[in-house]
Design a protein around this ligand. Structure first.
Ligand code: URA
Length: 209
């Protein structure tokens, strides 16, 4: 079973409160999401392996650590995932970015892939799938399935807010995937919104409502 990590750093929790607040305008919402994404990137990379190299300081030669050449890939799910992308890239500027676009079929209610563009060496990379809201888990499961179909094996999930239903669904479908969230909320309502949540992440990021 993949682990669920709640990134409970005070800065993340503080900014998340403003993100939730209905009075927060589009500009502020986008800025807070960007900042939380950066802070979450710090948490999600905590287990990246290091190697020791020799470095000459102005005073002496010493052994010091650097990240051991791990190749990362960031996979925002369109469109709301884009709101967290730049924040993550601030800490991981060498990561390559793949995009996955999904829409919900109105008849089957299942996610349908309409766009996918991935780095050519995506199979060799450790991937972070990015989506602010993990609601039913349908999009997350479909995106991860699409990556695995293309040979990807090392996948983590990053969300601002998750519903217990979405976490359970992703853990059941993809037990190898660890999920990092800023908050685990109470439940999904009958419209598929996370309660208390933050509303529609895409609309609030892009001012489309
Ligand atoms: N997607 C959102 O943007 N918000 C929710 O609450 C659930 C899914």
């Amino acid at each position: 079973m993949g682990k669920l990590v709640i990134c409970d750093h005070p800065l993340i929790q503080h900014k998340l409160t403003f993100i939730r607040d209905v009075r927060t305008n589009t500009k502020e919402f986008r800025e807070h999401v960007d900042e939380v994404a950066t802070l979450m990137a710090y948490e999600i990379t905590r287990d990246i392996p290091l190697e020791t190299i020799t470095v000459q300081t102005p005073v002496a030669e010493t052994q010091s650590k650097v990240i051991s050449g791990r190749m990362l890939g960031l996979i925002p799910i369109l469109r709301a995932g884009l709101g967290m992308l730049e924040g993550v890239l601030k800490l991981l500027p060498a990561a390559k970015v793949g995009h996955v676009g999904l829409f919900r079929d109105p008849d089957t209610l299942l996610p349908v892939e309409y766009y996918i563009k991935l780095p050519t060496d995506v199979q060799e990379r450790e991937l972070i799938v990015i989506d602010p809201m993990l609601a039913t888990g349908g999009s997350a499961i479909a995106a991860i399935t699409a990556l695995k179909k293309r040979g990807c094996t090392q996948i983590k999930m990053m969300n601002l807010i998750a519903a217990p239903e979405g976490v359970a669904a992703v853990q059941a479908a993809h037990p190898d995937v660890d999920i990092y969230v800023a908050a685990l909320d109470d439940h999904l309502n009958e419209h598929g919104y996370i309660v208390p949540g933050l509303g529609d992440a895409g609309d609030r990021l892009y001012g489309t409502k």
